[in-house]
Design a protein. Structure first.
Ligand code: NAD
Length: 362
């Protein structure tokens, strides 16, 4: 063995380090399925999380991704008040070339064999059609189309949660949650972004929009009288609020330096490039950050509704709780002088440890 070989922690050591309960490696040569299902924590309920299909460069990279994402789901369910644990799955492969009915159904059988400990939904690289294939093999799947008894497109609920997260932050910074006259930059006007633009324009907010899809940019600008801007203007514009609704890691060393926003609140996952560093930097700069996994939980609430049979009214009520939950995070952040992302983690961890205690009695 070479003297300078890098020491890679064993899989079980990685699970211990991140507090994971279980990881299932799925291998089916007949269909080409190679997947990893991670169950982080099931204190609050079965582990729910989407299935991502992606061309990972290595199994180690896929494992790292699924461990990180499943842990995030534990926190998201906990802070949203749902009785769900955290899980996630990744299928290794190119969704455009390697996805077949047989592969998805084979994957569904692996989920079935977990007997309800893990429930899945869509994520990057998977669609409602794929959820239908999984449903052919197991009931432990959500995100199937409304026509098949599912709860349908989660984006309107996600957008509503983000909108309420913005309101909760505006209340903190400006003393009122009236949005009229405020300005917001929405980066990415896809499924969630467009719904958000609509809600903001209904309250007479000045909305700037940016997207790499120029046709869509012009269409949404016309439809809602929003102002299209170039991507390179986002972090220098003098708007009140930045709503990232496209990619993650847009809040980083470079962008924080130039941004003049008072608030960051959007739907994109993992907005802070480095949770440890950038939450603190935003606090020091006086920019209020609404933790992404809290305010974008409307989609998860929609999955929960599908499982529990809640109707649209209850789904909307649960989504509306995001306003108060955001206010609670801001309050803790202020009293403890800690970044809002850290305050959110503390609230989520407290709920998990409290519920663990009640489970000690039969
Ligand atoms: P989407 O694919 O419908 O829309 C994304 C939009 O962003 C597209 O219009 C795309 O052209 C644009 N985009 C991509 N790269 C960009 C860039 N560099 N600059 C500007 N625009 C860019 O996705 P979505 O469902 O609207 O989700 C948006 C974000 O919210 C994602 O990060 C997603 O993970 C997150 N999210 C979505 C939901 C949901 O219910 N859909 C729930 C939770 C979190």
């Amino acid at each position: 063995m070479s003297g300078n070989s890098t020491i890679v922690p064993s899989v079980l050591d990685q699970l211990s380090a991140s507090g994971h309960k279980k990881v299932v490696f799925c291998n089916d040569p007949d269909t080409g399925l190679k997947a990893i299902i991670a169950v982080h924590d099931t204190t609050l309920g079965p582990a729910l999380g989407g299935t991502r299909m992606w061309t990972y460069n290595s199994e180690a990279e896929a494992l790292e991704d699924v461990l990180r994402l499943s842990k995030g789901m534990t926190y998201k369910s906990a802070i949203t008040g749902l009785n769900l644990g955290g899980g996630k799955a990744v299928i290794i492969g190119d969704p455009r070339k390697q996805k077949t009915e047989a592969l998805m159904r084979s994957y569904g059988r692996f989920i079935k064999n977990m007997n309800g400990e893990f429930i899945t939904a869509e994520d990057m690289g998977t669609t409602t059609r794929d959820m239908e294939y999984i449903r052919m093999e197991t009931n432990y799947v959500t995100g199937v189309p409304e026509s098949l008894g599912g709860a349908g497109n989660p984006a309107p609920y996600t957008a509503k949660g983000v909108f309420l997260g913005i309101k909760a932050c505006v209340k903190e910074v400006f003393g009122t949650d009236m949005l009229a006259g405020k300005s917001v930059v929405v980066q990415g006007i896809g499924n969630v972004g467009e719904h958000l633009v609509e809600l903001l324009r209904q309250e007479n907010v000045e909305v700037y929009i940016s997207d790499i899809n120029q046709d869509r940019l012009q269409e949404v600008a016309r439809k809602y009288k929003a102002k299209p801007i170039d991507a390179d203007k986002i972090f220098t514009i003098g708007a009140d609020i930045y709503a990232p609704c496209a990619l993650g890691a847009t809040v980083n060393d470079k962008t924080i330096k130039t941004m003049k926003f008072a608030i960051i609140a959007g739907s994109a996952n993992n907005q802070l490039a480095d949770e440890q560093v950038h939450g603190q930097l935003l606090l020091e700069k006086g920019i209020l950050y609404a933790p992404d996994y809290l305010i974008n939980a409307g989609g998860l609430i929609n999955c929960y509704a599908e499982l529990t049979g809640f109707g649209k009214k209850r789904t909307m009520q649960l989504t509306e709780n995001i306003y108060d939950a955001t206010r609670e995070v801001i309050k803790l952040s202020k009293t403890e002088q800690i970044p809002t992302n850290l305050a959110a983690s503390r609230i989520a961890e407290k709920r998990i440890s409290d519920i663990k205690k009640i489970k000690s009695s039969y």
